[in-house]
Design a protein around this ligand. Structure first.
Ligand SMILES: [Zn+2]
Length: 139
């Protein structure tokens, strides 16, 4: 009988996701302002605030070349909706920002990104934005 056995776990634990870990240079990650999840930079789109006509307008920075403060968002209608509802862009850009243009450009951007105009996301069809009735019964 051995009574000195220490409870030994096999090393090499592989946590699929370790939140809070800093990520090394080659795989830059960004936090989506919608769902607040970190994701690889290439999986999120960049949004920048540009001063136009004395107002601050949020626009999609498709080439990621525009200067200025950026926010990151999944190309996902759900994330966009959440971000707008939470005023996440206002927070990200540290001031009031007009997201109407952003919301208007978004469906077209999605089409361009996926390359298939005929692949509507589950709940929202492209071009069909809920104005006036943002209520979603999702249980
Ligand atoms: Zn997201």
């Amino acid at each position: 009988m051995k009574g000195t056995d220490v409870d030994q776990r096999p090393e090499g634990s592989s946590d699929p996701v370790a939140p809070g870990l800093r990520t090394e240079g080659s795989h830059p990650t960004r936090t989506c302002v919608g769902c607040r999840r970190r994701d690889h930079q290439s999986h999120v789109m960049r949004v920048v605030a540009r001063p136009i006509d004395g107002r601050i307008i949020a626009v999609i920075d498709e080439r990621r070349r525009l200067s200025g403060r950026g926010a990151w968002l999944h190309p996902d209608p759900a994330c966009m909706e959440t971000a707008i509802k939470r005023r996440a862009f206002t927070r990200a850009f540290r001031g009031p920002v007009d997201v109407a243009q952003l919301a208007a450009d978004f469906p077209a951007y999605l089409e361009r990104r996926t390359g298939r105009p005929d692949s509507p996301p589950s709940s929202l069809k492209a071009g069909q934005y809920p104005h006036g009735n943002p209520m979603r019964t999702q249980r």
